[in-house]
Ligand binder design. Structure first.
Ligand code: FRU
Length: 527
């Protein structure tokens, strides 16, 4: 071997070593890169990109759930509204569809509802095809700028191909504005006893009901709510439906949902509900108390699916998991906001008044991975953190039952979900205050809005009960907390710097027994 040869081999080896180490360094670097979408939920619906707010036009039709939503396809903040669209056959996996409704010369497309017109009352069906009909608000920003009060009115569009394409009705608007600011978000239902369509509309500080034989011509029926309920903001996105009373088998009651912004119990937006009777013309409430669907800060504009078959019989609802106080500022880049998990509504009689319960839909059980078993444990005050830590994935369903009957000194107890940075979300029951709560003060980034951090509580008096049950859905950056079988719900989003994966339990000032604890890791539904 010549000297030159030896030098060249040496060079080759040296080059390979340096280059090789560069390659592996680069690999290490890549795997250390921060997830570009660290707060994207894995089993909640999110738009693939850009801005989303309210769910719209929720309807089940011929084996498919349709989720339309307020969408701005060109920006991650609110603007000229369209209806985005997704379809699912199981309420869990959603296929994104092309934009369903675009703004037109009458205005932007604000919130509304969809129904299947099975009897073709509208005459828009052809050759025996049932039309899907969307009724929505046109928001005319030019008229608004000119100072007119009449800038919102109701339009209609129909689809003859299972929601894949939509035609705007040539006679729009179907309900013009009588001179009332904030005249929007029609929720349309078929009222069997009077054989009429009912439109529930949010009008500033109250609700108006309209009726129609054909979805095209609407007649004013009555108004409700000027002197009842919360009035800290504008009423929006109503819903009206009848529910069986769970613990009084022969009774049914009507439920009216009214979202309000601002004026929610924790500031910003929230949804209140009324229970009572509805005769096809007017709604009569059974109590004047103000009551909330969810006491967390991030469940707004929730409405229920139309068209769920009678043999299913559920009232399935989806809400927007954000709050107008900070929705446009939350630290996500490619998209903004998610929907809640689908839930079912139930009415439970308490001393003659219907109370609205929310429970996760049963379909969610299909996402469960094998259970992580946690042995029952006695939680003593102040040393609890180390004795009970369990590593969990950041998508999980957690079931807990606490027995607090043996030590009256125990004031509060619950769970803490944290990350390696000691950021943590706390959820629990405070016996002294008589309230469930979520505390997101230490849960990560809150710098984007002074309204974000906080502790949110839902009143609940544990009368003669000895145990408290908590069912929690964690999905990367959101927590949905169902207590006492859905009697109390709190929904909060949060933005940890790194994934939360440590679960521990606590009790303050006294001893509490965690009698049962199960964690189901949940499969992702998005790719
Ligand atoms: C509620 C809401 C609706 C309106 C829509 C506009 O969040 O303000 O009242 O139709 O959003 O995007």
């Amino acid at each position: 071997m010549t000297r030159i040869h030896r030098i060249s081999i040496l060079f080759t080896l040296l080059f390979a070593a340096v280059f090789g180490s560069c390659v592996s360094n680069r690999k290490a670097e890549v795997s250390n890169l921060k997830d570009p979408e660290p707060h994207r939920p894995r089993y909640h619906f999110t738009p693939d990109s850009m801005w989303m707010n309210d769910p719209n036009g929720l309807v089940y039709f011929e084996g498919e759930y349709h989720l339309f939503y307020q969408y701005h396809p060109h920006s991650t903040v609110w603007g000229p509204m369209h209806w985005g669209h997704a379809i699912s056959t199981d309420l869990l996996h959603w296929e994104h569809q092309p934009v369903a409704l675009y703004p037109d010369s009458l205005g932007w497309i604000f919130s509304g509802s969809a129904v299947a017109d099975h009897h073709n009352t509208s005459g828009l069906g052809k050759d025996g095809t049932t039309p899907l009909i969307a009724v929505y608000t046109y928001h005319n920003s030019d008229l608004e700028k000119q100072g007119s009060l009449k800038y919102q009115y109701q339009g209609l569009a129909y689809s003859l191909d299972k929601g894949r394409s939509w035609t705007k009705y040539a006679g729009n608007p179907v309900l013009d504005n009588p001179g009332m600011k904030d005249f929007r978000d029609p929720k349309v239902v078929w009222h069997e006893p009077t054989q009429k369509w009912i439109m529930t509309l949010a009008v500033g500080d109250h609700i108006r009901f309209y009726t129609s034989p054909n979805l095209l011509n609407w007649t004013f029926a009555s108004e409700f709510g000027k002197e009842i309920g919360a009035h800290g903001g504008v009423w929006e996105c109503p819903d009206l439906f009848e529910l069986d009373v769970e613990n009084k088998p022969t009774e049914k009651k009507w439920v009216l949902l009214v979202s309000i912004n601002p004026g929610g119990p924790n500031g910003g937006s929230a949804t209140q509900y009324f229970t009572g009777s509805f005769d096809g013309t007017s709604f009569v409430p059974e109590t004047t108390e103000t009551r909330w669907v969810d006491h967390g800060k991030d469940n707004y504009a929730g409405v229920s699916f139309a068209g769920i078959p009678d043999q299913d019989g559920r009232r399935i609802v989806v809400g927007w998991m954000s709050n107008w106080q900070y929705a446009t500022k939350v630290p996500t880049t490619r998209w903004r906001s998610a929907m809640t998990i689908p839930r079912t509504f139930h009415l439970v009689d308490h001393d003659g008044t219907g109370t609205l319960y929310s429970r996760p839909v049963a379909e969610l059980e299909n996402l469960r991975e094998p259970e992580i078993t946690i042995e029952p444990i006695t939680l003593t005050p102040n040393d609890q953190h180390s004795q009970s830590e369990t590593i969990i994935p950041e998508t999980a369903e957690i079931h807990l039952v606490f027995d607090f009957s043996t030590d009256s000194a125990a004031t509060s107890f619950g769970l803490i979900i944290g990350n390696d940075q000691s950021q943590q979300l706390v959820a629990g029951y405070d016996r002294e205050a008589g309230a469930f709560y979520i505390d997101r003060n230490q849960a990560g980034d809150g710098s984007f809005s002074a309204d974000f951090k906080g502790k949110h509580s839902a009143p609940y008096q544990a009368g003669g009960e000895k145990t408290i049950s908590m069912r929690i859905f964690l999905d990367v950056a959101s927590l949905e907390f169902f207590a006492q079988d859905g009697a109390v719900v709190l929904t909060d989003i949060f933005f940890p710097d790194t994934p939360v994966h440590k679960l521990r339990f606590f009790s303050s000032n006294g001893t509490v027994r965690l009698v049962s604890a199960k964690v189901y890791p949940l499969k992702a539904t998005i790719k």
